[in-house]
Ligand binder design. Sequence first.
Ligand SMILES: *Cc1c(COP(=O)(O)O)cnc(C)c1O
Length: 346
Amino acid sequence: MSKISDFRSDTITKPTPEMRQAMAEAVVGDDVLGDDPTVQELERLAAKTMGKEAGLYVPTGTMGNAIAVKGWTQELDEVIVEARSHIYNMESTHMTFIARVNPRPLPSFRGAMDPEEVKRNIKEASVHHPRTSLICVENTHNNWSGAIVPLENLQNIRGLADQRGLKIHFDGARIFNASVASGVPVMEYAAVADSLMFCLSKGLSAPIGSMLVGPQSFIDHGRRLRKALGGGMRQVGVLAAAGLLAMTKMVDRLADDHVRAKRLARALSEFPEIDLDPELVDTDIVIFGFHHPRLSVTDFLARLKEKGILALPVPQGIRFVTSKEVDDSDVDHAIQSFQQILSEAS
Ligand SMILES: *Cc1c(COP(=O)(O)O)cnc(C)c1O
């Protein structure tokens, strides 16, 4: 069988042999009854790593974000979100479905919203208007090709939130990618937010799981919300054991993914059919436009698949994501396949 190179997502990362071992040996209890020691250890580690009081293990990042929005808002409130953000576009409308709040999408420069624009959109409640109660930020920014949102921009938004008494929820699904690539400690990013969610299942190889961290009272309430959403899990230390290794052993190697993404981006940007500035690839996500007189994005992805290259379409074109499941030979395989398909089709 020919080689398969899977660039669809960093969620495809499989548990390492060490994780499988730790999962087999995990000490477990009933976490809904509050006695799974492995989950408790993971929740403590997550909180400590991010400089927050408490942590909550959730099955998905989406559930973590949904709990945070519900936890910080009242029905009829408004929440400021970035227009291309995951929480607004990719989470099946939980803001309106669960928290029953109105999202207010704002434009940005590569994920960084202009603080003046944020300020203009903060509303006091009136008979016409919802009250703004929460601002959501995302870093790295998935749909801005994994862009790192600068710490200074986030600090400016924090300043505004403080002036106006608003909360900030940080979608840090890939906060470790931001930290590894920028050198800014995760705790400094987390300090701008009241709550933060990060994923163990992206790039870090845990089979499932995300962490929500924040103040103790928020997490206590979040534990009730998690149960209400069907996310109370029993001997889930089996999975938390892999999460502990994701946090302690898998973070530093994210730098390799970033190097490969950059190399891929540099090579792909040479093709005239591809609209991509490799200097704007900060981390593990490479999003580019594809324009060809005879091949649509769908046709091109199908040709790539015939050659064993897997990637996904996005509104801007095509997305490639590097992870520990692809190595330098997969990057070469992708570049060669682009060359072959584009020369055959010319
Ligand atoms: C993946 C992702 C999430 C959460 O996704 P789940 O698949 O529900 O774990 C949230 N935010 C961003 C930016 C993401 O990329």
